[in-house]
Design a protein around this ligand. Structure first.
Ligand SMILES: C[S@@+](CC[C@H](N)C(=O)[O-])C[C@H]1O[C@@H](n2cnc3c(N)ncnc32)[C@H](O)[C@@H]1O
Length: 282
């Protein structure tokens, strides 16, 4: 694929999902798009671009974005976040809060929202608490894996044995990679998956949200898309909420009232320290 063709794919990815396909990604895009073209029995890349740029593009865009997005994730990824999250849940319960709302904003194949769910469930225990996790992603392919909630044995490797036994059931039939594990209904019932594009705020949720995980997705966006995204999240946060971003990400350079509790962990400014301006809710 030459640079001019890559640019056309890059323009579509940016316009539709805020994703920046960087120069040098020709081989990667070509391999991924090639798979999709074979499925559509198209031989010329220009014919595929014509579909993506044409009036009937909306349906194919979903598959295109599935093909180009990077979905790497794992259970208990960046584990210190879950220690901090458990403390947040504990603090809220001790303060008498009995309704908790969490958003996992780029949930990929589900490992992250189910880790959030395991963590919350273990802190909440038998208390009568109404708690829910909304897990969203732009890719319908990863969302359907997440919704199924069935994982190969190696995927569960980061999950300690006690948690595995408590929150997963071994399926009767294994797969080519050994035993398969299904997320327990007791966990699953708290997680709802929906398709949502982070590049097009405002988001449809009402808030206030008690915690938001928006990790390892901003790296694919440029500053204007990040700025809108963070402003959209900020509007939804409860005053004592926490926003987790990926360890390799930062909010520095963005216009936001959120303050870093430590790198990659952010909280709204308390009212007394807020400065007037965008991000302040009344
Ligand atoms: C590298 S994965 C990160 C998954 C998880 N948050 C983690 O940290 O392990 C990035 C995810 O962001 C999703 N994504 C990319 N662009 C998006 C957009 N515009 N809106 C919503 N999700 C997007 C991808 O489909 C992918 O599942």
């Amino acid at each position: 694929m030459n640079a001019a063709l890559l640019n056309r794919f890059a323009d579509i990815a940016y316009a539709r999902a805020g994703i920046r396909l960087r120069d040098g990604k020709e081989a990667l895009v070509s391999a991924r798009v090639g798979k999709r073209m074979r499925a559509l029995e198209l031989e010329r890349i220009e014919d595929y671009l014509a579909i993506l740029e044409g009036p009937e593009a909306d349906q194919e865009i979903v598959y295109f974005l599935d093909a180009i997005s990077t979905n790497f994730t794992s259970f208990l990824r960046e584990p210190d976040h879950f220690v901090r999250f458990a403390e947040l849940v504990q603090t809220k319960l001790e303060a008498g809060q009995r309704r908790l709302r969490f958003w996992c904003a780029a949930s990929s194949t589900g490992e992250e929202p189910y880790t959030i769910a395991m963590t919350a469930a273990e802190v909440i225990g038998e208390r009568d608490v109404d708690w829910r996790i909304l897990a969203t992603d732009i890719s319908t392919r990863v969302l359907s894996v997440a919704e199924a909630g069935v994982y190969d044995d190696p995927v569960l490797e980061p999950v300690p044995r006690a948690q595995r036994e408590r929150w997963f059931t071994k399926m009767a039939a294994g797969g080519p990679r050994g035993p398969r594990w299904a997320v327990a209904p007791a966990l699953k019932q708290h997680v709802t998956f929906k398709r949502l594009n982070l590049a097009t705020p405002p988001f449809p949720m009402k808030g206030p949200l008690d915690a938001v995980f928006c990790r390892n997705v901003m790296i694919y966006f440029d500053q204007p898309v990040r700025q809108q995204l963070i402003a959209g999240i900020e509007r939804l946060l409860a005053p004592d909420a926490i926003l987790f971003i990926g360890h390799s990400e930062t909010l520095s350079g963005l216009d936001t009232q959120l303050r870093a509790l430590k790198p990659s962990v952010y909280a709204p400014r308390s009212d007394s320290t807020r400065t007037p301006g965008r991000g302040q809710t009344s």
